[in-house]
Design a protein around this ligand. Structure first.
Ligand SMILES: Cc1cc2nc3c(=O)[nH]c(=O)nc-3n(C[C@H](O)[C@H](O)[C@H](O)COP(=O)(O)O)c2cc1C
Length: 201
């Protein structure tokens, strides 16, 4: 099974999963608050343990006063291309949860996993809406805490660039060769029937 892009699936999944990938070439087109909120709305509806919804989204749209603050958190190599994105989001998760009936918050086992679910919902909605999202760990997480005023009890998880996919010629030459969907390990190497098969690790 093939798509217009180079990715293949061995089982009949929805083309959405094949078509989503993380570009670096963005056009710099402005994104409206409404379009950005549409993408974040999908993230809000992600599932989470105890329905704790631990995700928080600190964002800046380009050409706003907040943009330089978020862009300045990225590593130089990410800033090189993400400066042409339309919005930047810093994904933060709450590390404790108030379980039903409990009086006090307790450490959450799954806050990062839950935030990851929100990230993928965001990325897929972006794809469906004609935008593209690119996750990043390459940013100064300590400085994000202070610059963005993230309180204790929250973990800074990832940065996300959202934009309109551009032509690879918009990128510095050093990045142009990587501007295409990459491959995946075959499913057979990842699935372990009935128990972990160390030979596959
Ligand atoms: C949490 C997370 C952090 C990432 N960090 C970076 C990053 O700092 N810089 C970068 O260029 N790409 C980054 N990526 C993009 C990955 O390299 C990319 O998702 C992976 O190669 C799979 O490609 P695809 O998203 O195009 O399918 C990150 C992706 C995720 C999910």
């Amino acid at each position: 099974m093939t798509t217009a892009d180079s990715r293949r699936a061995d089982y009949p999944i929805d083309p959405l999963f094949l078509q989503r990938w993380s570009p670096r070439s963005f056009t710099g087109a402005p994104i409206s608050e409404h379009d950005l909120m549409t993408i974040l709305e999908a993230a809000r509806l992600a599932p989470s343990a105890f329905n704790a919804q631990p995700w928080r989204f600190v964002y800046a749209r380009r050409d706003t006063e907040h943009w330089p603050k978020l862009l300045g958190l990225l590593t130089e190599s990410n800033r090189l291309w993400a400066r042409n994105a339309s919005a930047l989001v810093i994904l933060v998760s709450k590390t404790t949860v108030l379980r039903r009936g409990a009086e006090r918050e307790a450490p959450s086992w799954s806050h990062s996993l839950d935030a990851g679910a929100a990230w993928l919902s965001l990325a897929l909605q972006a794809q469906l809406s004609g935008w593209a999202a690119h996750g990043m760990v390459g940013f100064d997480r300590d400085r994000a805490v202070t610059t963005l005023g993230v309180p204790d009890g929250y973990r800074v998880e990832a940065a996300i660039a959202i934009g309109r996919r551009g032509d690879k010629s918009l990128l510095p030459e050093s990045l142009q060769a990587r501007e295409q969907p990459n491959d995946r390990v075959p499913l057979a190497q990842l699935v372990h029937e009935g128990g972990f098969d160390a030979a596959k690790s």
